[in-house]
Design a protein around this ligand. Structure first.
Ligand code: ZN
Ligand code: ZN
Length: 347
C-alpha cells in the first residue's frame, strides 16, 4: 500500500510498497483511508524541529475512512465510515475515565514517531491500523461527507476544547491569537457558542484577510487592543485563545485579556522555559489553562454542530490534492502557500 513517509527535514516521500496493516488484537481495527489532512503539527518534524524523529515514519494523524477489519472488541461494523481521533488513548485507565485522554498512561499520536508515546504508523496512507479502535474511532454520521467529518478528529475538536476551557459566555467578545487552522477553528466554535464577536490577531496579512472573510474581526498584534475596543471590549476580552505556541503569542494573549479573564493556550509549547508577563497576569488575576485538545471527548458535539451548519470545515480547506502529491503538499503548506491541505487517499 502507499503512504507518506518521513525521511528527514524537508523530505517526505510517497512510498508504494509499505506493509499492509493487520488487526493484532481484539481492540484493533484497520481503516481504508479516504481523506487525510496535513496538520501544523506535522510541520515540526518537516522543519527539523524534532531531533530524533525517526526516518521511515508513516506520517499523519487526521484521517477518515472505511472500516475494513475489526477485532472482536470493536462494535463498529466493517463498511462503517469512521473518523479517527488524533490522540490514541486506552479509554479504560483512571485518567481516561476522568475524560483526560491525553494524560492516558498509554497515550500516543498517529504518525509522530515516539514524540508523544509509542511509535504508531500514521493515516497519510491507504490503510492504517487503529489501536483501541472502540475508543479512538467514531462513526461518521450518514448526512456528512468524509471531508466534513475529518476535522472533528483534530483541529475542530481542539478549537472546541479551547473555547470550552475559556468558559466563555454567550454575548462575550473573544480574542484569538493566531489565525492558523486551529485559531480559526476556535473562532468558529466561539461564534457557535454565542460569542458576540471574535477578534483574530495574526502577523500574516493573508491570514488576517482569511479571518475577515470568515466574518471575524482581524487585527495585527500591534492593533489588537484597539480592535478589541472597537469590538466592544475596551478593557480586553474575557475569553482569550492562544493558538500559536510562542512566548510572543502568550504575551499578546495576556495583553488581550481583561481582568479576571481566562486564557486557553492551545498553541503547542515545547520550550522548557519561556518569558511570561507574570506581573500583568497577577495584577489582572488571569487564569491560564493549557489545552492539548481531546477529540474523543468533544467530537460528538463538534459533529453535531457541523451537521447543524454551525461549523463549516470546508471554509478552512485551501487545497485538495491526491495522496500521490503529498511531497508537493507539504512544500506548499510549509511555505504557507497552502492554508490547510486535504489529501485524497482513495484514488
Ligand atoms: Zn494535528
Ligand atoms: Zn487510558
Amino acid at each position: 500500500m502507499r503512504g507518506v513517509v518521513y525521511h528527514g527535514p524537508g523530505d517526505v516521500r510517497v512510498e508504494p510498497d509499505l506493509p499492509m496493516p493487520t488487526v493484532r488484537g481484539p481492540r484493533d481495527a484497520v481503516v481504508r483511508v479516504t481523506k487525510t489532512a496535513i496538520c501544523g503539527t506535522d510541520l515540526h518534524p518537516y522543519r527539523g524541529e524534532i531531533p530524533g524523529f525517526e526516518s521511515g515514519t508513516v506520517l499523519g494523524h487526521e484521517f477518515t475512512g472505511t472500516l475494513v477489519e475489526a477485532g472482536s472488541g470493536v462494535s463498529l461494523h466493517v463498511g462503517q465510515r469512521v473518523v479517527a481521533s488524533d490522540i490514541v488513548a486506552c479509554g479504560r485507565c483512571e485518567r481516561c475515565a476522568r475524560g483526560e485522554h491525553y494524560q492516558c498512561e498509554l497515550v500516543t499520536l498517529f504518525g509522530y514517531s515516539t514524540v508523544v508515546g509509542a511509535a504508531l504508523p500514521g493515516g497519510q496512507a491507504e490503510y492504517v491500523r487503529v489501536p483501541y479502535a472502540d475508543v479512538v474511532l467514531a462513526a461518521v454520521p450518514d448526512d456528512l461527507t468524509d471531508e466534513e467529518a475529518l476535522f472533528a478528529g483534530d483541529i475542530l475538536s481542539t478549537g472546541y476544547a479551547a473555547i470550552q476551557a475559556t468558559a466563555m459566555l454567550p454575548g462575550q467578545v473573544v480574542a484569538v491569537v493566531g489565525g492558523g487552522p486551529v485559531g480559526l477553528c476556535a473562532a468558529m466554535c466561539a461564534i457557535a457558542a454565542g460569542a458576540a464577536r471574535v477578534v483574530v490577531t495574526d502577523l500574516d496579512q493573508e491570514r488576517r484577510e482569511r479571518a475577515n472573510r470568515l466574518g471575524f474581526t482581524a487585527s495585527s498584534p500591534a492593533g489588537l487592543s484597539a480592535a478589541l475596543a472597537r469590538a466592544g471590549a475596551p478593557d480586553g476580552a474575557p475569553a482569550v485563545v492562544e493558538a500559536v505556541g510562542t512566548d510572543a503569542a502568550l504575551a499578546a494573549a495576556v495583553r488581550a485579556a481583561r481582568p479576571c479573564a481566562t486564557i486557553a493556550v492551545v498553541g503547542a509549547h515545547h520550550a522548557p522555559d519561556l518569558p511570561f508577563p507574570a506581573g500583568t497576569a497577577f495584577a489582572r488575576e488571569l487564569t491560564v489553562r493549557f489545552v492539548v485538545g481531546d477529540p474523543i471527548r468533544y467530537r460528538d458535539q463538534v459533529l453535531a454542530l457541523v451537521r447543524a451548519d454551525r461549523l463549516d470545515p470546508a471554509a478552512l480547506v485551501s487545497h485538495r490534492m491526491p495522496l500521490s502529491a503529498a511531497a508537493e503538499a507539504y512544500h506548499l503548506f510549509d511555505r504557507r502557500e497552502a492554508f490547510k491541505v486535504v489529501l485524497d487517499a482513495s484514488g
